[in-house]
Design a protein around this ligand. Structure first.
Ligand code: NAD
Length: 302
């Protein structure tokens, strides 16, 4: 069997088009556009490139976009005051603080200071609680899990009553996607198992999965013989396993691998995401969707 490829690069374009259309309609009718601020403390190269991508996407969609870059030695109190300023700014509907923060700043304190109604990353405890309750309570689902669910739904993978196995229990991927897939409703309603480092027999659980979502950060962790024929395999892992020279730019770029042995797995699975180009492109897309939602909540459209 050769699996159908689930390409985040293609699905992203469809969703961004939808967002762009909605932004135009809302602007024409209400004279308002979604506003997103990205706060970057320091100049970590990976963070700079993530923030640049977020800014470029927001600009492409016609958002009001503010880039706020601060020096590495900014104090925690200064950062909290900055967040307070954007909490009160009517033109801003989404506040994104790029992680990781410098060690002298308490990440938890900072994330908890963001107004939950502008927390488009979905990391504030209030939004985590809303996600747990489910249904109309959910305001901002966290971006990577929301992207995974979109990939599953838009690829026509049946979820109702499906056995979903999630490898990993992190707060940003494993736990939230497990909660989302078990909720009653379309694109979910599954029977969910979460496996992690203390699980006794990983292979046993993976083999039962109709939908296998792997977010461990261990290259090649999931072996092809652990995959049920015809299953949907979502590989969230992004692991740097070396470097190569880019044919396009002639510069050194990292070689990326997922948590699944893709080449062998694609001969067994029914659907599979590649790395890169699968889940990766969806995270920023869902950030944009959440920022648009935030404006819609404010206008009473949701
Ligand atoms: P994390 O390190 O916080 O969590 C990893 C989880 O996997 C842990 O809960 C751990 O128990 C489990 N795990 C690790 N090794 C295991 C093993 N051998 N057997 C069973 N379980 C094991 O990582 P995270 O933030 O959830 O990210 C996971 C992976 O997904 C990473 O490769 C990360 O780069 C990637 N990621 C990608 C995106 C994206 O594409 N947009 C977003 C977030 C994370």
């Amino acid at each position: 069997m050769t699996a159908k490829l689930i390409l985040g690069t293609e699905i992203r374009e469809v969703i961004l088009k939808e967002i762009e259309e909605e932004v135009k309609e809302i602007k024409a009718k209400y004279g308002k556009v979604p506003g997103l601020v990205t706060i970057l403390v320091g100049s970590n190269p990976a963070s700079v490139s993530y923030v640049t991508l977020k800014i470029q996407t927001a600009q492409r969609l016609g958002f009001h976009e503010v880039q706020d870059t601060r020096p590495e030695n900014m104090s925690e109190a200064e950062l909290l005051a900055l967040i307070d300023k954007y909490n009160k700014d009517d033109l801003i509907h989404g506040i994104l603080v790029q992680l990781p923060l410098p060690k002298h700043i308490d990440e938890k304190k900072v994330l908890n200071a963001i107004d939950p109604d502008k927390d488009v990353d979905g990391f504030h405890p209030i939004n985590v609680g809303r996600l747990m309750i489910g249904g109309s309570e959910v305001k901002f689902p966290p971006c990577t899990p929301a992207g995974i669910q979109e990939l599953i739904v838009r690829s026509g993978v049946p979820t109702d009553g499906a056995e979903v196995v999630v490898v990993g229990r992190s707060n940003i991927v494993g736990k939230p996607i497990a909660v989302m897939m078990m909720q009653k409703g379309p694109g979910a309603n599954a029977t969910v198992t979460v496996v992690h480092t203390a699980t006794k027999d990983l292979a046993f659980h993976c083999k039962r999965a109709d939908i296998l979502i792997v977010a461990a950060g261990v290259p090649g962790l999931v072996k092809p013989e652990w995959i049920k024929p015809g299953a949907c395999v979502i590989d969230v892992g992004v692991n740097r396993v070396g470097e190569k020279i880019s044919e396009k730019t002639g510069k050194k770029v990292p070689i990326l691998r997922g948590d699944v042995d893709f080449e062998a797995a694609k001969e067994i699975a029914g659907w599979i995401t590649p790395v890169p180009g699968g889940v990766g492109p969806m995270t920023i897309t869902m950030l944009m969707k959440n920022t648009l939602k935030s404006l819609k909540y404010k206008l009473g459209l949701m």
